[in-house]
Design a protein around this ligand. Structure first.
Ligand code: SDX
Length: 372
């Protein structure tokens, strides 16, 4: 038969444009990231996280009236029923908190009688419920691992402050709440990253939003994606002293090991979100006496850049920031989920609205056809 040219294999889908989106734009050349047209640094400087969630879902920032209604709805949806709390309490207390979050979202789908209604309106209501419930679950799980009872959500507190209060029993200083909220805004959305793409693949089969989010959580857990923020802090604790950081990093590179929190598939000259988060980490370090981690950050970043030209990604500053706020390391990626739930669900809604089944091809390289 006629020879056919071998297809071009786009390993890892690197450089492949698979669809259009109106949600966010990443321009690596100018180191810019916009959500619905707004620069992420501006949103981090001027907005609360709830406004950014609304923006991602509706395409526009809320008016004052829209915002107060949105805040009311989110705050009214924070409580979880006893059966979900007891399900969480039954999971092994040494399982990863990402397993807890994944299970909780799956449970919310199971108990939703309208699970399969994928209209934008229904999906936005479900997205709001997931956003509202996630902090309650993450905080209850964090406390249970310390032998503490859950703290009920507060209907008068903002998303960030309520979460911190549920975790630690009292609201932290306002500058810490604000620095934490900045991290949530920066984590909220990032175009076709692996977890968002996983959510879009599931949605493309016309499966439900909870199944799509469950898949996204699974994808985010891995250390090449969201799990990197945990690995960063483990490495920093292993190094212990900024004076040892440069040698540690050079050794790691000599062994051809990946340094967690560095590099990015799309950004090759630095992650657009890092300067804003480096500043938030500085604020947290100043307020908590955590200067040692800031020095460690700077030595590692400088040494890595000198050795490889590779820059840190967002998971590099958030690791020490969350550590200094008092979180156990395993909770870092669930916090990423609390923020990215907004971006994931915006993409799920967009995918459902202009759907095409996602089903690529592969080039077969196995045993040629043979007789049985
Ligand atoms: C997130 O996609 C998103 O948008 C993700 C995210 C989001 O908001 O959703 O930004 C969040 O997931 C951040 C990334 C967190 N992951 C890590 O920090 C893990 C460590 N980093 C890497 O393993 C790596 O940089 C990736 C996975 C992030 C990107 O990998 P690519 O695009 O597949 O690039 P690559 O691994 O092929 O690296 C290219 C070169 C290689 O060298 P050569 O073989 O060409 O000589 O750069 C080197 C790599 O070895 N390199 C690194 C490195 N990252 C790249 N070398 C050492 N340490 C690193 N971290």
């Amino acid at each position: 038969g006629p020879e056919t040219a071998a297809p071009v294999v786009a390993k890892g889908l690197a450089g492949v444009v698979v669809d259009t989106t109106a949600i966010s734009k990443v321009v690596p050349e100018t180191n810019s990231l916009t959500y619905r047209g707004y620069a992420v640094q501006d949103l981090a400087a001027h907005c609360r996280f709830e406004q950014v969630a609304y923006l991602l879902w509706h395409g526009e920032l809320p008016t004052d009236a829209q915002l107060s209604q949105f805040l009311q709805q989110e705050r009214a949806a924070r409580r979880v029923d006893r059966s979900l709390l007891s399900l969480v309490a039954k999971l092994p207390d040494n399982c990863h908190p990402m397993d807890v979050v994944r299970t909780a979202i799956s449970y919310l789908g199971a108990e939703d009688p309208a699970e399969d209604d994928d209209s934008p309106k229904a999906n936005r209501a479900k997205a709001l419920r997931m956003m509202a419930v996630l902090p309650t679950i993450v905080a209850a799980d964090h406390r249970r691992r310390h032998g503490l009872d859950p703290v009920a959500p507060h209907a008068q507190l903002g998303y960030a402050e309520n979460f911190l209060t549920m975790c630690f029993g009292a609201p932290p200083a306002p500058e810490l709440v604000r620095a934490f909220e900045v991290s949530l805004i920066l984590y909220a959305e990032h175009s076709f990253n692996a977890s968002t793409f996983a959510a879009r693949v599931v949605t493309s089969t016309r499966s439900d939003i909870y199944s799509a989010v469950t898949a996204a959580i699974g994808a985010l857990k891995g250390p090449l994606h969201g799990g990197a923020n945990e690995a960063v802090m483990r490495d920093m604790l292993e190094i212990g002293d900024p004076a040892l950081a440069a040698a540690w990093l050079r050794n790691k590179l000599a062994r051809k090991e990946k340094v967690m929190g560095f590099g990015h598939r799309v950004y090759k000259n630095g992650d657009s979100r890092v300067p804003t988060m480096r500043k938030a980490l500085g604020d947290i370090a100043a307020a908590t006496g955590g200067g040692v981690w800031l020095r460690m950050y700077d030595v590692l970043a400088r040494t890595m850049y000198e050795a490889t030209g590779i820059e840190p990604n967002l998971d590099f500053p958030t690791g020490p920031a969350y550590y200094l706020l008092g979180f156990d390391i395993e909770v870092f990626t669930p916090i990423f989920v609390m923020a990215r739930i907004t971006g994931w669900t915006a993409h799920i809604i967009e995918q459902a609205e202009s759907n095409a089944l996602i089903r690529p091809l592969s080039e077969y390289v196995g045993v040629p056809q043979r007789a049985l």
